[in-house]
Design a protein around this ligand. Structure first.
Ligand code: PLP
Length: 400
């Protein structure tokens, strides 16, 4: 067996041994229904509330502001639809401000609300992939029900000025939601200090299992119920709680949020070495601001290369990577994120995302720097587009 490198931590992560250990007793010992009154049920309820308190503490929230969900997409859908519809019902406000490069869990939710009569402003993210707080402020009107801007972009890893955007929203009395699925464990987040009214997160990006997430909703912020039924999640999201997954999420959050500085100190030098090495490849380009980026994110375009072919050849070398977000891979459309930062289709198609986490090492980076340049060279040797670029028939000089 040759070397393998898992460089797709932004798509998902392995469940950590500590998380698994935290989950197992829920299947074996604390299997009671948290709504049952006997001791076994009450033990499960106690564990559920411990997990809620842990997640709340990681965010600077209080436990009754945390709702468990089944994933980040559910949290985004609930926050945006639930708050927008509540605002329209209460105050007649039907305008939403978001950015052009949100995850589809946000973009498609906004598009669904447009079909219900809401209007949506999609702010530009500029060449560096960063939303400008002053443009958020300029977009807010008397009609604005909600602003939703992601904390960190899932493709190009750019970190948004969330505290500044939160301050703008607070000044105008507008609700502010952030999709923090990629940011948790990589950036210090404190919902109160950063003026965040609602925040979505997902377990499987931080070594918890797939299929569990959470939504923070500030006390006093109105949001419609997601699921009607029993009294779980304070009557807002019915359904017997998935305690094992929730315990796994809480254990992962505690670990991720208490070790942010160490994670950044370990990952950032790996990221920077890889960026410097890949920039030596002719006609390569780093996407997204170099400084305002997640410590484990490297995102490139290589001119004259097809991203899908690059992934296949990397796979043959034992490297798991991505050419866009996991949700859009399989589609031949170029990434909406790369189009939003102004890249033409021909450049956007040659993209590669490498994302690192707790189990990666500097040896992984050395291996990537050994295998990627010859693969690019091989693909370019067969590429009619590369030929055209070389002959000057296609000019992508400004995208390097
Ligand atoms: N938001 C962002 C920024 C993401 O990166 C993802 C997953 O890739 C999601 C939302 C959706 O999360 P989940 O897979 O838990 O539904």
């Amino acid at each position: 067996m040759g070397r393998t490198v898992y460089a797709d931590n932004a798509a998902t992560t392995a469940v950590s041994p500590q998380v698994l250990e935290a989950m197992l007793p829920c299947y074996k010992e604390w299997y009671g229904n948290p709504s049952s009154l006997y001791a076994l049920g009450q033990k499960a309820k106690e564990k559920l509330e411990e997990a809620r308190a842990d997640v709340a503490q990681c965010l600077g929230a209080s436990p009754d502001e945390i709702f468990f969900t089944s994933c980040g997409s559910e949290s985004d859908n609930w926050a945006i639809k639930g708050a927008a519809r509540a605002q329209r019902a209460k105050a007649g406000k039907a305008h939403i401000v978001t950015s052009a490069f949100e995850h589809h869990a946000v973009l498609h939710t906004c598009q669904a609300l447009e079909k219900e009569g809401f209007t949506v402003t999609y702010l530009p993210v500029h060449e560096n992939g960063v939303v400008r707080p002053e443009e958020v402020e300029a977009a807010i009107t008397e009609e604005t029900a909600l602003v939703t801007i992601m904390y960190a972009n899932n493709e190009i890893g750019t970190i948004q000025p969330i505290p500044e955007i939160g301050a703008v929203c607070k000044k105008h009395g507008v609700l502010f939601h952030t999709d923090a699925v990629q940011a948790i464990g990589h950036v210090h987040i404190h919902v109160k200090e950063q003026n965040i009214d609602m925040l979505s997160l997902s377990g499987h990006k931080l070594h918890a299992p797939k299929g569990v997430g959470a939504l923070y909703v500030r006390k006093g912020a109105r949001i419609q119920n997601l699921l009607d039924g029993g009294a779980q999640e304070r009557g807002k999201r019915a359904g017997t709680e998935n305690l094992a997954q929730i315990m796994g999420l809480a254990a992962a959050m505690k670990e991720a949020c208490s070790t942010i500085d160490q994670r950044v100190a370990r990952l950032a030098p790996m990221r920077d070495k890889l960026i410097d090495g890949l920039l030596k490849i002719p006609r390569s380009r780093l996407n997204g601001d170099r400084d305002r980026r997640l410590p484990g994110n490297v995102h490139f375009c290589f001119q004259g290369v097809e991203g899908e072919s690059l992934l296949l050849l990397l796979d043959a070398k034992g490297v798991a990577a991505s050419s866009g977000s996991a949700c859009t891979s399989g589609s031949l459309d170029p990434s909406h994120v790369l189009l939003a930062i102004g890249l033409p289709h021909g450049v956007a198609h040659g993209s590669l995302r490498l994302s690192f986490g707790d189990y990666n090492t500097m040896e992984d980076i050395d291996y990537l720097l050994e295998v990627i340049p010859p693969i690019i060279e091989r693909l370019r040797a067969m590429s009619p587009l590369w030929d055209a670029i070389q002959k000057g028939e296609v000019n992508y000089d400004q995208y390097m």
